[in-house]
Write a protein that binds this ligand. Sequence first.
Ligand code: SF4
Ligand code: SF4
Length: 438
Amino acid sequence: MAKFTFKGGIHPYDGKDLSKDKPIIDAVPGDEMVFPLSQHIGAPAKPLVKKGDLILRGQMIAEAGGFVSAPVYSSVSGIVKNIEKRRVATGDMVESIIIENDGLFNEVEYDTVDDWTKLSRDEIIAKVAKAGIVGMGGAGFPTSVKLSPKEPDKIDYIIANCAECEPYLTSDYRRIIEEGEKVVEGLRIMLSLFPDAHGIIGVEDNKPECIGHLTKLTKKDTIISVKELKTKYPQGAERQLIFATTGRKVNSKMLPADVGCIVNNVDTICAIYNAVVLGKPLMERIVTISGDAVRTPGNMRVPCGMSYTELIDQKGGFKVKPAKLICGGPMMGFALFTTDVPVTKTSTALLAFTEDQVAESETTPCINCSRCVEACPAGLMPGRLSDMVEAHDNERFVANGGMECCECGCCSYACPAKQPLTQNIKTMRKMELAKRKK
Ligand code: SF4
Ligand code: SF4
């Protein structure tokens, strides 16, 4: 089979052996559950409940706050304790609904469908919107909006992002091995919305079991193909995946739909299946708990709203006090200062390490080796861009393509001088994006 890829990228130690062969286990939620009203890009959800209300598992507790927004559902039954600001993984304080879990898991009745092929396009999109599904790979963009491009006839490819290129993360791998049927059926549901589209399942070649399983499951699907991707970070980044699988290029001013593509990750596709076929809203997800400081690394099916502290306790706690905690992957995730924050729709992983390699490495002057240039998948000159940031030269930064950076971290990883390239570029991008919003 031909292998597909993109230019640039890096090959970091993947750490996947720590958790990839351990079956998904169910996390047991504790007494208090925290449901932030902003778990997505767009307007915060609006509460539908008040202090003292009795809640069922699967009940909508906050409705979408606008077109680009998503409702929030309770993953437990119990009583609303309060609506107040709580800290989330990014460190921000976010208005949240707090529910006292009664441990009974009394559930609403779900609107199941025997044959989803009889549903109209509008009915499917309405079910996805009502279920509160957002991009669960971390982006948090409402999926119903993504599935409603201006010109659906111009969509040629629906791409299932099964690359899972971030080191240590194995939740997609386990999902495909254990629930591959749902991934394929979810992709078929999405394909039914676009008359001319073909399905592509992109998987890195370090996951032969997934490639074999998905190939078998799609044997009779004439419009779905499994594409074997070279194992290289960031193979699963949206622009790199689109280029690797279709040869089409997306820049920072475009959406994937502008080049006829829609990309969704594994958990999101499963959530689409759950919403359309089982009538279930998005209220749980698979989270990888890994790193050399974790006693028993693995993957857990986690009810949204549960705290990371309870999660790590259920994995046997830490072997030693971690020097670094990361929410998400080590390349694109962010440092956590406390585990007393809730798992949300976009929480992919909790990683704990005995060493903080970034803090421990000393920065030395640039030696003009150009390794950052070779590693950059966006074809940029990260060292030069970083100099422009330090010189506060916004104009040159933009003129030299700084806004095309996807913040993958490859340049920082490749730099022998340990220059804070990604951090600098990220900061200037943020400032420019804020300026453009005004
Ligand atoms: S400049 Fe941006 S896109 Fe290029 S390697 Fe660095 S972080 Fe990645
Ligand atoms: S990799 Fe680091 S040392 Fe090499 S050119 Fe880039 S910034 Fe300079």
